[in-house]
Design a protein. Structure first.
Length: 243
């Protein structure tokens, strides 16, 4: 890595202008969120500062550590403890910012480093907004998930991933089966995942299991797992009789 960059007000504004040009041409249509350069008091926003720093000399972007980003932001916000903007701008706002780690397969980059990959494509999977808006419009919901099952990824109308002789049919499924099937609680699931679920789990908007929906399903767990759960709850509730 190079030494920390020193960017003055003019440089920051110039880089931000370049970002805006690429945003209007390539990213706006996908719902990527462009941070404001200035806040209501006329100060640079932290999100804009981090994005500008990562976009320096685009397309020849640099690998940047979180410590380096934090040091840069502190030149405007001295009390900043730990900059998290790079991660948020990527996964949540839609900018294709690579984070180093085992899961990254795009560019070879060490853990703890970030790099702006491109300003011409959104973060993979972000299409038309990574955060699923609260809607009950079935066509819009399916489109936001690229017409795939949120849980197994099988595509509507195509052979199922796990049952190749079966055509994938997407169905409205509960994120939380304890709540009504209304806007904000709907994900698309294929007929296999939806039927096999039996209202056991609560999902997040990526189709990942985050907790139990029905406590009685614990009875189906192996004995050693039930014993571990029992010990956890026994201590959590101070060994009180549940009745």
């Amino acid at each position: 890595m190079l030494d920390n960059l020193i960017l003055n007000k003019k440089s920051i504004e110039s880089i931000y202008k370049t970002i805006c040009e690429f945003y209007e041409k390539y990213l706006k249509q996908f719902g990527v969120k462009l941070p404001k350069l200035y806040d209501s008091q006329g100060n640079f926003t932290k999100d804009a500062l981090v994005l500008v720093y990562l976009a320096y000399d685009y397309p020849n972007t640099r690998k940047v550590s979180k410590e380096e980003l934090t040091k840069f932001v502190r030149s405007y916000y001295p009390n900043t403890n730990d900059v998290q903007q790079a991660r948020h701008l990527g996964a949540q706002a839609g900018w294709w910012i690579i984070a180093g780690g085992r899961d990254n397969i795009v560019v070879k980059i060490k853990r703890g480093l970030y790099q702006l990959y491109t300003l011409e494509q959104p973060y993979p999977g972000f299409k038309k907004g990574h955060r699923i808006s609260e809607t009950d419009n079935w066509d819009e919901i399916k489109e936001k998930y690229s017409f795939r099952c949120a849980t197994c990824g099988s595509q509507e109308g195509k052979p199922h991933f796990h049952w190749p002789a079966t055509k994938t049919i997407l169905q409205k499924a509960h994120m939380d089966p304890n709540k009504p099937l209304v806007a904000g609680n709907i994900i698309p699931q294929c007929q296999k995942c939806n039927r096999g679920d039996r209202n056991r789990w609560v999902y997040d908007n990526k189709g990942r299991v985050i907790k139990l929906a029905n406590a009685n399903f614990v009875r189906n767990f192996d004995k050693d797992v039930r014993e571990k759960i029992y010990k956890i709850l026994y201590n959590e509730f101070n060994r009180k009789n549940p009745n």
